[in-house]
Ligand binder design. Sequence first.
Ligand code: GLY
Length: 382
Amino acid sequence: LTEAVEADGAPTAPHIELHCAPPGFAPTRIRIGVGVAESPSAFASLCAPTSVALVDGGALDERPDLAPLELPLHVVDGGEACKTIEHLERVLRVLATHGVTRDGVLCVVGGGAVGDLGGLAAALWLRGIAHVQVPTTLLAMIDSSVGGKTAIDLPEGKNLVGAFWPAREVYVDPGFLRTLPRREIRSGIGEALKIAIGLDAELFAAFEARVGQTDAGDVDPGEAATANALDPRLDAGWATTLVERCIRNKIDVVERDPTETGPRRLLNLGHTIGHALEAVSSYRRAHGIAVARGLFPIVRLARDRGLLAPDDAERITRLVRSCGFAEKNRPPFEDLEPFVRRDKKALAGGATLRAVLPTGIGSSEVVEVGLDELRAAYESSG
Ligand code: GLY
């Protein structure tokens, strides 16, 4: 097990090392590179004797070599359905059963949902132990494993119970993407588009260039060449660029605002409608796909308010469509409304919301919008 790690526990696979050090929180070291999580010892070496691993069953099916993690394993089926009080209790009781002490570590290997669940268990156990995150989906790599948001859901809505509790270490190994289903890839691409539109004009241009390579225009992503051009499973260089670029953006925002009282809100672009689309589908719609579909109404709203130039609105809408997120079978706004009202960003009992609107390519701002205004934008952006 040791040949894949150096004496200090660092993986020998070529990797980029980044740090996220938000004020008031312990810093996170992030290692990005194909193979950084190839040997479980790369991260197991960090773990103290009483440590435990929480592993996503889907990831374990694809990578049975994760099993000899040299830690007691608790396996949970990934996906939003694991973010419940019952699953949280089970993880906490596993920590209790193994007598995990304050110097113990919860090592979490899996997609974003398992990461959220494990992070929250680590935040709560003994009022907080360290966790190491090994994200195995694109979405978890580019977004949820960094920045310390941990949460479970309630029937009333998503992520309503949680804590800010950043991981001590994150091992981002794009090698995991090779076996990831297309739906999960699309979900990650949707989340990356959000970052490009709201924060990163260069990443936006990189997306346009890749889509443009196929000259596909508005295409059905199912079979389209566009889907291949964007698929990080087919191009390791693109996978690493995508992941690194998104993580760098995330670090920048989280270091300025770890607890989302200011600029971190910009990461919620597309989420007001996106979360509601997820919830109304009982979480069958993948998070990043819902977020991408939630972009259409807010682009419309930004344009109608005069915050976004019509040309930029058109460019954004075209790119999101070309990346495969054209609106299909949208539920009526009435179905979404109860979830929109209960959103964490809602104010005044849900009549007003804090929404993120794009103000250009790679820029965005938080504005208050009325529920009626959002409804009108949703209905006219279909
Ligand atoms: N996923 C949004 C955030 O971490 O703030």
